[in-house]
Design a protein around this ligand. Sequence first.
Ligand SMILES: O=C(O)CCC(=O)C(=O)O
Length: 231
Amino acid sequence: MLDAHLVTNCPKTCFYIPNFISKEEEEQLIQNVYNSPKPKWTSLKNRRLQNWGGLPSLKGMVQEEIPAWLNTQCRKIFDLGVFEDKMPNHILINEYLAGQGIMPHEDGPMYYPTVSTISLGSHTFLDFYKPISEGESAESTLESRYMFSILLEPRSLVVLRDDMYKVYLHGIKETNQDLIVSKKIINFNKLGQNYEESDILMRQTRISLTIRHVPKVLKVNLSSLLFKNKK
Ligand SMILES: O=C(O)CCC(=O)C(=O)O
């Protein structure tokens, strides 16, 4: 089912599905994100986030229940076979105001090496960079390592695995607007809408649901914890 959405002009492997969710689902999800209890938010310098399912760490994640409004999307992603036979168990929600972004990074070893992302409210450009290679000076500019971008439309799903997950870095530039240059956008022929060369897209507030599988899960036995505390 995913195969029909393969993006072919990039290293392995990227799938892009425009309009993965409906406008009604998008509105409902945005409402649920903003109705979440205030302490659920963590504020960083250039974005806010919510963790659902637990806090991943190298020692393992203490699993927390995922609410029904997120579980519906996890189930759809499971049914697509995104994580083979594994059910997603972690959702990171990022909120970016126009002009906010995320530095180029790798997602690291705590996750099963596949990531799926639903975008809500606004488009963005997810930019890809070559890692600094051996012998290359640490000062090599990001610009010289830039490879291409994926245009993430609101309501779309993107799935990254293999080298697109493990080798290349991804990030979102801190900008208010994006210029359409079709040769830089690897999913240009898969987009849900038509864009003209040199169109300028203005960014609005975007929420991303980054849905993953954390293999190392710690099952906490609550009764033994209570017993320990009483001793
Ligand atoms: O918001 C996005 O689409 C990207 C998020 C991301 O790269 C991350 O959470 O590691």
